[in-house]
Write a protein that binds this ligand. Structure first.
Ligand code: HPA
Length: 267
């Protein structure tokens, strides 16, 4: 199947060789529209499943940003959609095979650390996997990575430093924190968020961890950035809604986009 996928993409893109892969989370999809040279709907790509969520269109987009050849996922696959871990992370393996060395993962997440505010951006320093599953379960492909991959630096320290430098120049107060992933689609309960805080999480979401695990496993440098869209459950009296998540994500879209564009200049 991988060969069919790669053949299709290479034919469609005139053998474009991306060096950076970016997964665009909620509200960031327009970055792809601004820089598209080739756009392939997931539904056309052999081996790809298609995304079902509002705010996530499903295209693989190729373009040049800040002098870097980039492949972007406009819309990602989530575990809660009913896809397998294998299906969710298949595009990461495709990117690896296309030559991607650096993987930038973005998402929307809820605030667990009470010193953060909706609209803050947070670089992910580490994660906690509460998905109850792991994308590497099953037979190992030794050509991609080892059976028991080290996870002591999933999020590359040099990339975090670059993100910090760029944020300083752009006068963005970039937070640092640990991202905890649970499956969703229900938001967490207040008790779950209290637990998340006690075990060391700063932000909570429903994505990113599978892609980060596979990226790290196949020797990509990974950078993760969360747009903190809302106080997680139980922190404020407000109920959580996807609408609030989308509204906040859209309101910081320009800042988030600028941060990514400047980061790409430096990697
Ligand atoms: N919890 C989980 N995922 C999320 C949240 C949240 O509060 N906000 C955006 N994605």
């Amino acid at each position: 199947m991988m060969n069919d996928t790669l053949d299709y993409i290479q034919e469609y893109t005139d053998s474009f060789e991306p060096e950076v892969g970016i997964i665009l989370g909620s509200g960031l999809g327009n970055l792809a529209s601004l820089y598209k040279e080739y756009t392939i709907p997931y539904t056309d790509i052999p081996g790809f499943v298609s995304s079902t969520i509002e705010g996530h269109s499903g295209n693989l987009v190729f373009g040049n940003i800040s002098g870097k050849r980039v492949v972007m996922m406009q819309g990602r696959f989530h575990y809660y959609e009913g896809y397998s871990m294998e299906e969710i992370t298949y595009p990461i393996k495709v990117m690896k095979n296309l030559g991607v060395k650096t993987l930038i993962l973005t998402n929307a997440a809820g605030i667990v650390n009470k010193s953060f505010r909706p609209g803050d951006l947070m670089v992910i320093t580490d994660h906690i996997n509460m998905l109850g599953n792991n994308p590497l379960i099953g037979k190992n492909d030794d050509k991609l990575g080892p059976r028991f991959p080290d996870m002591s630096e999933v999020y590359n320290k040099d990339l975090i430093k670059i993100a910090d430098e760029v944020a300083r120049l752009l006068k963005i107060n970039l937070k640092h924190g640990v991202y905890i992933a649970s499956s969703g689609p229900s938001y967490e309960t207040p008790a779950e968020i209290r637990m998340a805080r006690i075990i060391g999480a700063d932000a909570a979401g429903m994505s990113t961890v599978p892609e980060a695990i596979v990226g790290n496993y196949c020797s990509m440098k990974v950078l993760g950035i969360s747009c903190l869209t809302n106080f997680a459950s139980g922190i404020s009296s407000k109920k959580l809604s996807h609408q609030e998540v989308m509204e906040t994500a859209v309101s910081v879209n320009k800042q988030f986009r600028q941060l990514l564009i400047e980061i790409l200049k430096k990697i």
